[in-house]
Design a protein around this ligand. Structure first.
Ligand code: UD1
Length: 416
């Protein structure tokens, strides 16, 4: 298994281009199931999670032609099962549930089970589908779903689940009648999926808001689509630029979708300028500790919490970081402490007291964004940091070492 070795302390300089958003590409790939035919998808990021998802779709008879665009052939559907072996490694595989019940009228999808960042149930996905007439049975760890004809329904989500909203929206586009999803997730990736569905002929109102009104249509047809850029990847490069006191231009960034993140960085003393799709990080004054609380969009994203915490370890003063989305998302804390960070956890809050410097050390993490925070910290730490379990980073960061090397970082990937 590879590791990443970083000699820290080099201010990053130059330009980095952001890739397509993982969390938009996954539901959009799932949504191709809804329209039999040949799809052309642009800006699909080269990530391990995408390769895994393509394998899941492959099990259903979908075939792919690699390239730009990625060509997806969903003409023939030969299966409707997402097996445990895949869902346990990538929870987002549950995104096939909605499209499969809509197209094949049946699906068998393994329950995700526990994962590193908390219990993450899918009860709201199932409740919503049941309201649309889907019969759901749990059998040997699998959700078995069947329906004669999907019917529109009024659905109010207890909590605005992202993949839950996506699954229900994908089922609703081919249902009979009108579905209204209240308290829907407003994440930009949900809106990107909605726009793809509309491009294929779906009728959706309220895109980007917390009430989605979907009027079912008889059929969808493939339409070319360009996936939005990844706001979390952009935020991670922002953190890397800021923590090394670098001067970096982040291009192809979804600036409008990053307001909460950009405001927090500015509040922390990071000097930056933006236009429609660029963020310019300038060398600036000193970093100061600021408090942050994760929230559903448009609030501060839980997927940026770990990287922001890494930045706060070197800020002047204290920062209180509150995680409200997932109950167990502080696994990076013990590893950041190995680099010399001063952090205390109490329940869902972490108190970070800024230090003058971090010192390199071997570290590892158990999830994607925690690993990213260790890379961010390692870029600023004195000496050598080794980040183990690189496969987490491969899940969500396209060409990470290459992009950071181009910014002047001393970083390399070596077999462990
Ligand atoms: C998605 C993102 C993930 C991000 C998360 C929160 C994808 C592929 N993944 O994950 O990167 O961290 O949104 O922004 O887009 N919940 C329930 N019942 C359910 C579903 C969710 O109680 O049926 C709870 C979860 O436990 C959690 C909260 O709702 O506390 C939000 O989770 P959710 O939005 O569903 O996260 P994901 O869609 O899995």
């Amino acid at each position: 298994m590879d590791k990443i070795v970083i000699e820290g302390g080099v201010p990053l300089k130059g330009e980095v281009a952001i890739s397509g958003a993982k969390n938009a590409a996954l539901p959009i790939l799932a949504a191709t199931l809804l329209a039999p035919g040949i799809h052309h998808l642009y800006n699909v990021p080269p990530l391990a999670d995408i390769r895994t998802f393509k394998k899941v779709l492959g099990l259903m008879g979908v075939s792919f032609e690699e390239g730009k665009p990625l060509i997806v052939d969903t003409s023939r559907l030969t299966g409707w099962m997402a097996p445990y072996e895949v869902v346990k490694t990538m929870r987002a595989a549950v995104l096939v549930l909605g499209p499969l019940v809509a197209r094949a009228r049946q699906a068998s999808v393994s329950l995700p089970g526990g994962c590193a960042i908390g219990a993450r149930p899918i009860d709201l996905h199932l409740k919503g589908l049941a309201a649309m007439g889907v019969k759901i049975r749990l059998n040997q760890g699998y959700v078995e779903a069947r329906v004669k004809r999907l019917k529109g329904a009024e659905i109010t989500l207890d909590t605005p689940t992202v993949t839950g909203t996506e699954n229900l929206m994908m089922a609703a586009v081919l249902a009979q009648g009108v579905t209204r999803i209240h308290n829907a997730a407003q994440e930009p990736e949900v809106a990107d999926l909605a726009r793809f569905l509309v491009a294929m002929g779906a009728k959706i109102e309220g895109i980007g808001t917390d009430v989605l009104t979907i009027t079912g249509v008889n059929a969808l047809t493939p339409a070319p689509y360009t996936i939005m850029p990844d706001r979390i990847e952009a935020g991670t490069y922002l953190a890397a630029a800021a923590i090394t006191r670098g001067e970096v231009t982040i291009t192809n960034a979804p600036v409008a979708a990053m307001s909460a993140v950009l405001e927090k960085f500015q509040e922390a003393g990071v000097r930056l300028k933006t236009d429609d799709d660029r963020i310019v990080v300038e060398q600036g004054g000193s970093l100061v500790g600021v408090d942050v609380k994760t929230r559903p969009y448009p609030g501060f994203p839980t997927d940026m919490q770990a990287q922001f915490m890494a930045l706060m370890t070197l800020a002047r003063g204290a920062s209180l970081i509150t995680e409200t989305i997932f109950e167990n998302r502080f696994m990076h804390v013990s590893e950041l402490k190995r680099l010399g960070a001063d952090i205390t956890i109490s329940a869902n809050q972490a108190m970070v007291r800024g230090k003058k410097q971090l010192l390199g050390a071997p570290v590892m993490a158990t999830d994607l964004r925690a690993s990213a925070s260790l890379v961010v910290a390692g870029l600023a730490a004195q000496g050598t940091t080794e980040v183990h379990r690189v496969y987490h980073l491969d899940r969500g960061y396209a060409h990470l070492t290459e992009k950071l090397t181009a910014l002047g970082a001393r970083i390399r990937r070596v077999p462990a």
